[in-house]
Write a protein that binds this ligand. Sequence first.
Ligand code: FAD
Ligand code: NAI
Length: 469
Amino acid sequence: MAYDVVVIGSGPGGYVCAIKCAQLGLKTAIVEKRPTLGGTCLNIGCIPSKALLHASEMFHETEATLPKLGVKVGKPKLDLPAMMAHKDATVKSNVDGVAFLMKKNKVDVLRGTGTVLGEGKVSVADEDGKTSEIEAKNIVIATGSDVAGIPGVELEFDEKTIVSSTGALDLDKVPGHLVVVGAGVIGLELGSVWRRLGAEVTVVEFLDTVLGGMDGEVSKQFQRLLERQGMKFRLGAKVTGVKKTAKGADVTFEPVKGGDAETVSADIVLVATGRKPYTDGLGLEKAGVVLDERGRVEINDHWQTSVTGIYALGDVVKGPMLAHKAEDEGMAVAEIIAGQHGHVNFGVIPGVVYTEPEVASVGKTEEELKKEGVDYVSGKFPFSANGRARAMLAPDGFVKILADKKTDRVLGVHMLGKGVGEMIHEAAVLMEFGGSSEDLARTCHAHPTMSEAVREAALATAFGKPIHM
Ligand code: FAD
Ligand code: NAI
């Protein structure tokens, strides 16, 4: 069988690319080695983590917030198997949804491991090792990423005691003490889940801040809020050893600036120190597809690899490892293959951390602007001065807007607060259209909404003064 496009990997990058290819009239197949479609994101990433984040937040709110609103329901009881069943059902409906979309769009699903044989040729080996060869005018590599581990530290992920995010999404009881290595997105999201369900959580982080790379003010206040929730942080600490013991595991770390090593004992250790591109079994070297120094498939501005007709996208290439970045690349690559002008604006890719409160950002941070020598103005508005936030007992956090001092063009927006993961998109749309803080300040916002804080921050940026402060 000859296809116009064969996509290898059915994560958000691969399956979106396949759908778009089919919509553009290209005969398309997708190759996936997992039993279910949807990749890391739907099976062991975005979707199950958000199911547990929501459920654990409801559990926590029942005790922490509802009584303050006059709703007394007594001490909540955790039914962990039921919570996990909710997570599993959420995953199932999403991965089944992708299978439905493949059928609907007439994309052939080929089960097995895909190997690139060279220009125009892919082989697919099924579970029994039976291999079939497929011809494809275009090949798209969308094989995603895998847990990176800790360079120089021998780690044995048994996914019971020493776990990656995959094991941390499937624990059968609440750990007494969870030690998280890495205060990045995974560490803080999944650390939050288990903290809310009752675990003592200690996060050991190499950098001096949580969520390295995030706007500094957001990161500082966010850390304080997590500490208020009971999370403990050991920052500026490099983990040098994780060893299993009779009771759990010991984590050894040393101050980055130098000093004595320390060891803490944990029931469970979550190693969340980043992810690496996944290219195992793809045969790229033999096919002549070049990787960069970090093991990512090297691409040009049009997602073309070093071999004609072979494209790559998503976590396996450069850029942020985010599902929506992979999806956007998937659509763009399909358009390029179809002879159109696919494009992604990498300056406007929002990032959201789905903790409580949430963190959301788009564009440049203040630190980046300073480093680049950009002349900017900044306006801020706290949720403590927002009526809706007060009504919901959600006064923590703020909205911060950064705009070019001369042109007023918005360059970055950073938010910390309840539900800001939904609110960030008005900033993204504004930035996509090259809008100014004055544009935003003059846009009527419904009252009372949390989004009014965005307008107030825009007023503070454009005119130096918000109204409600
Ligand atoms: P993947 O989703 O990794 O999919 C790649 C697929 O390719 C896999 O199914 C794999 O089995 C398959 N494959 C690999 N090699 C082969 C082969 N040779 N043959 C056949 N199939 C192959 N991002 C967000 O934007 N928001 C979030 O909330 C979020 N939460 C996350 C939570 C966790 C715990 C984790 C781990 C990640 C999270 N991410 C989140 C990141 C997100 O999951 C990734 O950015 C996204 O999945 C990347 O999509 P992809 O299509 O590039 O690859
Ligand atoms: P990360 O890169 O976000 O964070 C890893 C952290 O580990 C860093 O802060 C790093 O300094 C620290 N670290 C590394 N080695 C260390 C050591 N030896 N000792 C102490 N600290 C050490 O990676 P994470 O959290 O594993 O996430 C992986 C990817 O998944 C991210 O790229 C992220 O984009 C994606 N993801 C996105 C989510 C979202 O969008 N909400 C949710 C979860 C994951």
